[in-house]
Design a protein around this ligand. Structure first.
Ligand SMILES: *Cc1c(COP(=O)(O)O)cnc(C)c1O
Length: 460
């Protein structure tokens, strides 16, 4: 059928816009990590469209106006690039999504797509929920998924209460994510996906992403990894074989602490036992067009701009903060009042060898003349004398702030058992390996000597 003349014109304009986007993406894909972080998709064409503004503009408008019904109809049929309505798309959010995709895709040959959300919990729901569909599953059989028990408290209760108790999905926990046999023994024909954090919050557990990829592949199901703690500056799970990555942008990526946000990024072409073909072809795009639109956890464009601004320095920051954290981990390990330190960079930490194999500073060879491992700025430790002693230590901190937060430019500490991991209950914490006297420490940008002095006086 011949298209109406007007529709043809919009299709032609849309095609030109797509071509220019493809060119900018290709140009950036020839650049280093920091260059991608600084410019992203905001190239010469975007400058022209935005009065030469050197910084990405903030589009607070709720919606886009169309020139006529042909323009409206073509856009709403997803036939041309358009943003339409800010719940599902927005130009400022788009710049953030594209920059994230360029960073997560650093060193990866294939294509990937990003979808930003109002929080990382929203991103985790959107990354997992499409696989918990009845469509395509075996009738009368309970579906299940396999997940590490060592995960963020919010993800733990989403899985155990919302999916498990309220919706009857069987949650199969893996106690020791380093044990591949434990993972393998949990997967069966009704398993919908495999989920892990690398490294985990708050116990910094690591997992073998390439080996888990192999397992998931063998069963035709996706591997989903939350790598909030590492950020793309230190770990890029999709390059290692994972299908979907989740980030809490609220944390190290948005280090200033001005916004709550999350994102999921997915490779094009993944395996799934359920869902439509579009889900397999381009999961993040499918989510954006349908489930995300319907569930509605849209990201505020203002927050997207705050995040874009922080994102430009990600690699340099993660390098410097990781070096401080490594010094503090060594200090704590040698301290007589400290029982145990959880940090993937410590040679004595279980999984250190694996972390050393997988966690590298992007472009580290540029500064250091050889590739360098970096392990992030989150660590945890237990103190002698149990939970009461841990609370006393926390209460005596004078520079380090007491807060249930991480990834921040200011150093923060908390006791997960009474804060971030309180709601999952004692049995849940025991399953997830979160002891009552564990202190979680986010190492910020203060001078490391001042941080060590504060910890030392608090521990004495
Ligand atoms: C904080 C955190 C989340 C949740 O992030 P929000 O943006 O607050 O929803 C998810 N995963 C990990 C590992 C986290 O640390």
């Amino acid at each position: 059928m011949a298209e109406a003349k007007e529709v043809e014109e919009y299709l032609r304009r849309g095609e030109a816009l797509r071509t220019s986007e493809t060119q900018q993406r290709a140009r950036m894909r020839g650049m280093k990590f920091d260059t991608r972080a600084v410019h992203g998709m905001y190239g010469l064409e975007a400058l022209q469209q935005n009065n030469g503004s050197i910084i990405e503009p903030l589009f607070l408008s709720s919606a886009q106006a169309f020139e006529n019904s042909a323009h409206l109809e073509t856009a709403l049929a997803y036939r041309i690039p358009a943003w339409t309505y800010s719940r599902y798309a927005n130009p400022t959010v788009y710049y953030l999504e594209e920059t994230l995709a360029l960073l997560e895709g650093y060193g990866f040959d294939g294509e990937l797509t990003a979808c930003a959300k109002a929080s990382s919990m929203a991103a985790i729901v959107m990354a997992t929920q499409p696989f918990l569909s009845l469509e395509g599953g075996a009738a009368g059989k309970a579906m299940n998924f396999v997940t590490s028990a060592q995960i963020y408290g919010g993800a733990f209760t989403l899985f155990s209460r919302r999916y498990g108790e309220e919706r009857g999905v069987e949650v199969r926990w893996v106690r020791n994510p380093l044990d591949l046999d434990e993972w393998a023994s949990r997967i069966d024909p009704e398993t919908r996906f495999v989920y892990a954090e690398m490294p985990s919050n708050p116990t910094l557990a690591v997992c073998d992403i390439p080996a888990l990829t192999g397992l998931a592949c063998q069963h035709g199901i996706p591997l989903i990894v939350d790598s909030t703690v590492a950020t793309p500056a230190l770990l890029r799970p999709i390059q290692l074989g994972a299908d979907i990555v989740v980030h809490s942008l609220s944390k190290s990526i948005g280090i200033s602490g001005f916004s709550i946000a999350g994102a999921l990024l997915a490779r094009r072409g993944l395996s799934s036992r359920v869902g439509p073909e579009e889900l397999r072809q381009d999961f993040a795009l499918h989510v954006k067009r349908l489930p995300f639109r319907d569930f509605g956890p849209g990201l505020s464009p203002f927050n997207a701009l705050m995040l874009l601004n922080d994102l430009r320095w990600l690699r340099v920051r993660m390098d410097s903060l990781s070096r401080s954290a490594a010094k503090i981990a060594e200090f704590l390990q040698a301290h007589p009042q400290v029982e145990q330190v959880y940090y993937p960079g410590l040679a004595t930490f279980p999984g250190h060898a694996l972390a050393r194999r997988l966690m590298w500073l992007a472009d580290g060879e540029g500064e250091y003349g050889r590739p360098v491992n970096r392990y992030g700025h989150l660590l945890s430790f237990t103190v002698n004398g149990g939970a009461e002693r841990a609370k006393r230590t926390l209460d005596r901190l004078q520079l380090i702030l007491r807060a249930a937060d991480l990834g921040r430019i200011k150093s923060l500490a908390t006791i997960p058992a009474i804060s971030t991991h309180q709601q999952q209950g004692e049995a849940g914490r025991s399953l997830g390996g979160v002891p009552p006297h564990l202190i979680r420490l986010n190492v910020g940008g203060e001078h490391v000597d001042d941080l060590i002095a504060d910890l030392d006086q608090a521990l004495r």
